[in-house]
Design a binder for this molecule. Structure first.
Ligand code: ADP
Ligand code: GN1
Ligand code: MG
Length: 360
């Protein structure tokens, strides 16, 4: 942590924990630390330039995890391992605001689990699909009116396209000429990628309570059974479409390379992993999925990859103000990677439709 920051021990004291911590995980948004004690804890500095209202954010997380806890207990599960547990501060608050205004929260560490950035086999990916499908099911009767919109228009693809175009025009980073081709290639998918939002606007696609950030590394796997047991990173749980969750998981986990692989020959969309995910997700959802959602499943993988790719590109044009980057052109590498994946998904849409039919 930088020297102008509140010392970590003071932050931990606010949670009645006097433990050393070290950086942890691969998230792009929050700063995560682990206290390697017994029991272990996760400390996170909430990214308040993205989540501007930490009170509302933590209210969402508390109400969602309370609901999930009840469901998990009713199903005979272990709520301390199957959902996040927020540790309160000495003042009984769900997060601590330091003198410099930075906000911190603590969760119980989910023990005997591991995260993954790429699935090691199709079975593991199917397990993550079941975890996200179960998550969706457990929240099916959650009162959506209780939720604050933590990031407005998070998956509103047409607005994301507007943001991209505005960032291109402003060219705040002065790097526009490095990405003219990528920009033009992305825009070829523009009209196709507005289909989910059009469905939501017309009422054809139902609004549900969704996770909205279903990357594989937002599920923790049990070290013994290798089942996906806990869905984490609940900052973006908001009303949305099931297609956001399904499509985003495939974007990340059905790619044959990590999201910032620069060698584009390595970046392809695996139909084998697509099939495993589809099988797992649909087995959990059963008849709850509607016909119009089923029809858009293949396209949702393209749309969510497109949307994430143009967000990386927007951030590249803006000068890297949103996603954590580790080198100067990180966001451009990510954008090119997602573009290559979009092109590969596009070429496989017919085969994907056939696969969905097998499990629908
Ligand atoms: P970000 O929003 O930055 O992605 P996450 O909440 O996903 O932050 O946390 C980053 C990483 O920290 C996760 O991918 C996971 O590996 C780890 N992590 C987060 N919460 C827990 C927890 N309660 N128990 C164990 N590991 C966790
Ligand atoms: C961010 O928080 P994290 O690292 O799980 C982002 C997602 C992107 C993802 C791309 C709140 O996810 O929307 O798809 O990076 N989360 C937020 O890797 O913007
Ligand atoms: Mg995360």
């Amino acid at each position: 942590m930088a020297s102008n920051e509140t010392p970590i021990n003071e932050i931990m004291k606010a949670f009645r924990l006097e433990l050393p911590v070290s950086p942890y995980g691969n998230g792009h948004i929050n700063d995560t630390f682990v206290a390697d004690s017994t029991p272990r804890y996760i400390l996170q500095r909430i990214n308040t330039s993205i989540f501007k209202n930490p009170d509302e954010l933590m209210e969402n997380i508390e109400s969602v995890t309370t609901h999930l806890r009840e469901k998990i207990i009713a199903n005979g599960g272990n709520p301390d391992r199957e959902t996040l547990t927020v540790i309160k501060t000495v003042d009984g608050k769900p997060y601590y605001k330091a003198e410099n205004g930075k906000c911190y929260r603590v969760y119980k560490f989910i023990t005997d689990t591991y995260p993954l950035d790429l699935p090691e086999n199709p079975g593991q990916f199917e397990s993550s699909a079941k975890a996200f499908g179960r998550f969706q099911n457990m929240l099916a009767d959650f009162d959506a009116s209780k939720l604050h919109e933590t990031i407005p228009n998070f998956h509103h693809t047409p607005k994301r396209i507007e943001n991209l175009k505005a960032a291109y025009e402003k060219n705040l980073s002065g790097r526009r000429d490095m990405a003219e081709d990528v920009y033009a290639e992305f825009l070829k998918f523009e009209s196709l990628c507005c289909k989910i939002q059009e469905g939501l606007d017309s009422g054809d696609i139902p609004l549900r309570v969704t996770h909205n950030d279903t990357k594989l590394n937002n599920v923790l796997f049990d070290i013994n059974t290798h089942d996906g047991i806990c869905v984490i990173d609940l900052d973006t749980v908001m009303p949305g479409s099931l297609l956001f969750d399904y499509g985003d998981s495939l974007r990340f986990g059905a790619s044959t390379a990590v999201e910032d692989e620069a060698d584009l020959d390595k970046v392809t969309f695996s139909l084998e992993y697509f099939e495993s995910y589809t099988k797992g997700f649909l087995s959990e959802l059963g008849s709850k999925i509607t016909k119009s959602e089923l029809e858009l499943l293949p396209l949702s993988a393209l749309i969510l990859t497109f949307e994430c790719g143009i967000r990386f590109l927007t951030d590249f044009f803006d000068g890297d103000t949103y996603f954590r980057t580790h080198f100067a052109e990180h966001n451009l590498v990510r954008a090119k990677n997602q573009l290559k994946l979009c092109q590969d998904i596009y070429s496989k849409l017919d085969q994907m439709t056939e696969i969905v039919k097998k499990y629908a």
